[in-house]
Design a protein around this ligand. Structure first.
Ligand code: SAM
Length: 238
C-alpha cells in the first residue's frame, strides 16, 4: 500500500467510562494521583461478552485508550503549541511534548488500577477520566516493558506539590453520611483531587470566592485561606 497522508481511519468505542468526575474542572492531570477516584468501564456489544476479558483476572493495571470527547478539535484547527498547566498555564510548548487534551487526534492514554469485574463491568481506580468518556481500546499493563524507572521527562519531573485540605467540622459529618450511602471514599477523593489545586497556577486565590465542583452526585464547595490551603465549605447533594 502506498503512503497516503489524506487517508483517514475511524474508531468505534468498545465501551464507556462511568466516573466519579462529572466535569472536567478539578480532575487530576494524570491517573494514579488520586487512588480514591473510581469508576467502571461498561462494554458495548459485542464486547460485553465475558470472553473478551478472559485472562484479566491475572492483571492488576490496564492501559485505557480513550477519546477526549469534550475536547474535540474543530475542523481545520491546527494547534502546534499548547500551554500545559505544569508550566503555569502561560508558557507554550509543542503539542507532542505534552499530555494536553487538545491534540490533532483527540486520543488519551491512561494507566489505571483494575480492582475487579462486577456485572461484566471493569471496576477501575486512580482514574483521570470524565464521566461518559468513550473507550476505544484496553490493553494490560506489562511491568517489564512499560515501567522504565530511568526514563526522564524534565518538563514533568515530579508529582505536583500538594496543597493542604481542611474540612469545616459539620462538613465532615455530611461527608461520612455520603460515604456510607455511596459506598465510596468521598473524603479521600476530595483530599486527593483538591490537594493538586485545580485553579490555574497563574491565578492568585481570592479568599472571598467560593469554588465548586461535582463528584458522584455531590456538589463540593471550597475556599482558599491562602495559596496552598483549601477549606471545604460544604458537600451536599447536587
Ligand atoms: N492520562 C491521559 C493522557 O495522558 O492522555 C489524560 C491526561 S489529560 C492532561 C487529563 C485531563 O483530561 C483531566 O484533568 C481532565 O480535565 C481531562 N479529561 C478527562 N477526560 C476527558 C474527556 N473525556 N474529554 C475531555 N477532557 C477530558
Amino acid at each position: 500500500q502506498p503512503h497516503n497522508s489524506t487517508q483517514s481511519y475511524s474508531l468505534k468505542p468498545i465501551g464507556v467510562v462511568h466516573s466519579c468526575f462529572k466535569e472536567k474542572f478539578a480532575i487530576p492531570r494524570q491517573p494514579a494521583l488520586a487512588p480514591a477516584a473510581k469508576g467502571e468501564v461498561e462494554f458495548y456489544p459485542p464486547y460485553n461478552d465475558p470472553m473478551a476479558i478472559e485472562g484479566l483476572e491475572d492483571v492488576s493495571h490496564l492501559w485505557l485508550s480513550f477519546i477526549f470527547h469534550q475536547a474535540m478539535p474543530k475542523d481545520d484547527e491546527v494547534r502546534l503549541r499548547v500551554r500545559p498547566p505544569r508550566l503555569g498555564g502561560n508558557k507554550k510548548i509543542g503539542v507532542f511534548a505534552t499530555r494536553a487534551t487538545h491534540r490533532p487526534n483527540p486520543l488519551g492514554l491512561s494507566v489505571v488500577k483494575l480492582d475487579g469485574v462486577k456485572n461484566g463491568r471493569l471496576q477501575i481506580s486512580g482514574i483521570d477520566l470524565l464521566d461518559g468518556t468513550p473507550i476505544v481500546d484496553i490493553k494490560p499493563y506489562v511491568p517489564y516493558a512499560d515501567a522504565l524507572p530511568h526514563a526522564i521527562n524534565a518538563i514533568a519531573s515530579d508529582r505536583p506539590v500538594l496543597s493542604l485540605i481542611e474540612f469545616e467540622p459539620d462538613v465532615l459529618i455530611a461527608v461520612a453520611e455520603h460515604e456510607k450511602r455511596l459506598e465510596q471514599p468521598v473524603k479521600e477523593l476530595i483530599e486527593q483531587m483538591l490537594a493538586q489545586d485545580p485553579k490555574p497556577a497563574y491565578q492568585k486565590p481570592d479568599p472571598e470566592r467560593i469554588y465548586g465542583v461535582k463528584i458522584w452526585d455531590l456538589d463540593v464547595k471550597w475556599r482558599y485561606q491562602k495559596e496552598g490551603l483549601l477549606t471545604i465549605m460544604s458537600v451536599s447533594l447536587a
